[in-house]
Design a protein around this ligand. Structure first.
Ligand SMILES: C[S@@+](CC[C@H](N)C(=O)[O-])C[C@H]1O[C@@H](n2cnc3c(N)ncnc32)[C@H](O)[C@@H]1O
Length: 192
């Protein structure tokens, strides 16, 4: 692994551990598995999209998963993190500054109120069921953009529900951190 990437990932993990007792960035029960579960989970996007172009938008970023990890893997890629919780955004802004991630910004906003982002890539993890995410994708993705949605074990049910109202192309990638979870790669979204 690239040395500055490795150092930044270690510094990021240390910052989450420091702030977590105050603002619950990840569930306390999963803090022991921060690297193996949360960070490795997020790093899968760097493998699935090894050479992203344009702007990357991460919605409901929380402690920066997966968006801040994407920004660490791609230090020349513009990455926008958005979360409605101001305390989490204060954490993200501190992490961005301390890790020296000049490519990354964090904004406190509800995604519904964000101006259309024209993003080439959009990610979300543990934010909302797929049918509630679809309007955000429609609004914030560029016409040829791709969404990367990190979904839990219910992903097939969520997919069927979203298909009742939306048309889109989808590819499901099994998650390497949980064989029953999936990363949904979604593009070409049209209202049904
Ligand atoms: C369950 S947490 C997941 C955080 C992170 N993505 C992760 O995987 O650890 C959901 C996050 O979405 C944020 N959120 C919820 N509704 C939102 C909205 N409408 N707009 C922006 N952020 C929202 C919450 O503040 C919270 O930080």
């Amino acid at each position: 692994m690239n040395a500055s990437r490795e150092a930044r990932l270690a510094d990021y993990a240390a910052l989450i551990r420091k702030w977590n007792p105050a603002i619950n960035l990840v569930s306390p029960a999963s803090l022991d598995q921060l690297e193996k579960r949360h960070i490795a989970d997020s790093a899968q996007l760097a493998r699935l999209r090894p050479d992203p172009q344009g702007r990357w938008l991460d919605i409901g970023s929380g402690g920066g998963l997966p968006g801040l990890v994407v920004a660490i893997y791609h230090p020349n890629l513009p990455v926008m993190l958005v979360d409605s919780d101001r305390r989490k955004v204060a954490f993200l802004q501190t992490a961005i500054r301390q890790l020296g991630l000049e490519n990354c910004t964090a904004t406190a906003a509800r995604v519904e109120q964000l101006p259309a982002a024209d993003a080439s890539n959009l990610s979300a993890r543990a934010l909302a069921p797929l049918d509630r995410l679809m309007p955000y994708l429609e609004r914030h993705l560029a016409q040829d953009g791709t969404a990367w949605l990190m979904k839990g074990r219910n992903w097939q049910t969520e997919l069927s529900a979203a298909r009742m109202s939306w048309h889109f192309d989808v590819e499901s990638h099994p998650s390497s951190t949980d064989p029953e979870a999936a990363i949904l790669q979604i593009s070409n979204i049209r209202h049904g």
